[in-house]
Structure formats: structure tokens, C-alpha cells
Design a protein around this ligand. Structure first.
Ligand code: SF4
Length: 322
């Protein structure tokens, strides 16, 4: 069974870790609870860190002169500078991390859909934006796995987030080891996953690993990390996964009966129609890799991108319409 490196993830503290919301409550999240044994969580509440108590008067984002500000309408106080300074020093001192799970719609932690107002006392929001802490996170760490807890209830978003998170955690170990051999193994074992994400980025990463210019390992790893961020920027389309799975079926084609082949093709149709998750056709491939002793395929990250216990087919109902 594949062993996974534990990703390091910053999480909004009010999700499952502390009753620190403005109203003294905590948010419950099945995804975060399930991740606890598999992830090294670093909980933080930016609003508490800048000195706001629990409970507290709520803050909101206002748009003034093209800039976002964090204000507390009840006290007329402006916490923008404090939040910006906290975010900068927190991110400076964080060390190596792989991702963030932040509280949606919060004026501090929300990564999108945060209401922005034209003034402290205005009733109507005028646009949607990011919270101020989340804005600093995204600007500083654009390649990491960053999501909101609410969006992770969507099956597609969750599967992409977990795939990227565990791949980044594994690459972090390669980076620490500074070994070309480990990087080659990472690239080899990630081949089909990267192919599903982006054929173009897969080829670009291959060129970085080939290192024709004889760059030092530190530079190669830096270039590779940047390319990996680009490869994982967006969740792959279902058709990309299907193309890769069809390609992999070709490895076994002559050793399979026509019933086995048509069963697999039917399963791909079911995956396309969102009737089964990706783990179903992947499970069939995995069983062939074991049966025909194709170690190269059994070791592919695509076959098991994150711990099996995190496979969960529940969905918010939006499916791929996101
Ligand atoms: S959303 Fe962020 S700032 Fe608000 S309570 Fe949660 S952790 Fe604190």
C-alpha cells in the first residue's frame, strides 16, 4: 500500500478547532474532521491574533478608493493595517507548508464571495471579493492547495484539492532531500496524473528534469516547483482523465477478455455521466496492475493520489457544474 507524506495545512481555527467566531461559535466540517489523522494542521484565527476578542462585534470589508479595508462598523475602528501586518509576519514565519483550508465568506479568511460594502454603515454589498488574510495568502502562495471549507463539500473540488495537496507534500520531501534521483522518481510516478492535468506542463516538467543546461539541483527543484504549481492550477476535465485511462487500458488490452474491456469502457461512461467517482475505473486499473504484475503502473500517483480513507463520494449536488 502506498505511503503518503503528511501535508502541512493552515486551517481557519474556527473550523473544528476553536469556538472563535465573532459570535463565539465553531464551524463543523466533515472534510476537516476526516483529514485530521492524515494532515498536520496549523490552526489560526487572524481576527483573534490582531486583538479582537471572542465574542466580538463583526468586521466587514469595505471598498474605498480602490482599496479593500477591514472595518468594525459598531466601533468605527479600521483594522486593515493590523491585519496586513499580522498576515505578513505569520506567512514569513510559517515554514514549509502545502495548503490552506479557510472559512468561506469571512471578511478575513474567505477566498472568494466575500461581501464588500461601500461604507461601514451601508446595508447593501456592492461586490464580491477576498477576505484580507486570504488575499495575503493567495498573493504570497499562489501555487499551494488553497480552498474554502464550504467548497470542499463539492466532490470535484475536494478530489482536486486532495490530489494537489498530497502531491505537493510529496514534492516537499523531494525538495528537502535535494536528490536528482528522487526528482526523477517523482516525475516518473506522477507521469499519468500530470498527463491528465496538462500534457503541456508534463512535457515542460520533463524538460526541467532532463536538465540539459546542467543547472544546480537547487535551481532545478525551484523550476520544477513552479512548473508543478502551473500543472495543478486547475482541476482536469473529465475527458482528460478518460483519455489517460483509455491509454492505460491499452497496456493490458491484449491480456483482457472482451467482457473485461467492455466492462471498463462502460465504467468510463458511468464516470463521464457522474454516476460513479473516478476511484471506480481507477480501482479496476489497479486490480489489473496487480494481476499482471505491472509495478510501474501500481506505483503511479494517478492510481492512488491520496489516502484511500479520504475517498468520499458525497457531494454538494453541483457535480461538475462549478
Ligand atoms: S473565519 Fe477566520 S477570522 Fe473569522 S473566526 Fe474563523 S479563523 Fe477567525
Amino acid at each position: 500500500m502506498r505511503k503518503f507524506d503528511k501535508p502541512v495545512v493552515v486551517v481557519s481555527k474556527c473550523i473544528e478547532f476553536d469556538s472563535c467566531r465573532y459570535n463565539g461559535l465553531m464551524i463543523s466540517s466533515d472534510v476537516v474532521r476526516r483529514l485530521i489523522p492524515h494532515v498536520d494542521f496549523r490552526p489560526v484565527c487572524p481576527e483573534v491574533e490582531i486583538g479582537l476578542g471572542i465574542p466580538r462585534d463583526p468586521v466587514r470589508v469595505i471598498e474605498a478608493d480602490g482599496k479593500l479595508r477591514l472595518v468594525q462598523p459598531a466601533t468605527d475602528k479600521d483594522f486593515t493595517e493590523k491585519m496586513e501586518q499580522f498576515a505578513e509576519s505569520f506567512l514569513d514565519n510559517l515554514g514549509e507548508i502545502d495548503g490552506f483550508i479557510l472559512k468561506g465568506r469571512s471578511p478575513s479568511c474567505g477566498i472568494k464571495d466575500v461581501k464588500a460594502y461601500t461604507g461601514p454603515s451601508k446595508r447593501m454589498s456592492v461586490s464580491r471579493t477576498r477576505g484580507l488574510f486570504a488575499d495575503a495568502v493567495i498573493n504570497r502562495c499562489p501555487s499551494l492547495a488553497i480552498e474554502e471549507e464550504g467548497r470542499l463539500t463539492n466532490f470535484i473540488i475536494r478530489e482536486h484539492f486532495l490530489t494537489k495537496l498530497f502531491a505537493l507534500a510529496r514534492f516537499r520531501q523531494v525538495k528537502l532531500g535535494k536528490s536528482m534521483k528522487d526528482l526523477v522518481r517523482f516525475q516518473t510516478e506522477s507521469k499519468y496524473l500530470l498527463m491528465a492535468y496538462s500534457q503541456k506542463e508534463l512535457r515542460a516538467l520533463g524538460r526541467i528534469v532532463a536538465n540539459q543546461d546542467k543547472k544546480p539541483i537547487e535551481q532545478v527543484l525551484e523550476d520544477y516547483e513552479e512548473g508543478l504549481g502551473g500543472a495543478f492550477a486547475k482541476a482536469p476535465r473529465d475527458t482528460s482523465y478518460i483519455n489517460v485511462l483509455m491509454h492505460l487500458m491499452g497496456h493490458f488490452s491484449e491480456r483482457l477478455s472482451s467482457e473485461e474491456r467492455s466492462f471498463f469502457l462502460n465504467t468510463l461512461e458511468e464516470y463521464r455521466d457522474e454516476r460513479v467517482p473516478l476511484s471506480v475505473p481507477l480501482g479496476i486499473l489497479k486490480s489489473w496492475a496487480i494481476r499482471f504484475e505491472e509495478d510501474y503502473l501500481s506505483r503511479q500517483t494517478l492510481v492512488q493520489p491520496f489516502p484511500e480513507k479520504l475517498t468520499d463520494i458525497s457531494d454538494s449536488g453541483k457535480g461538475r457544474n462549478i
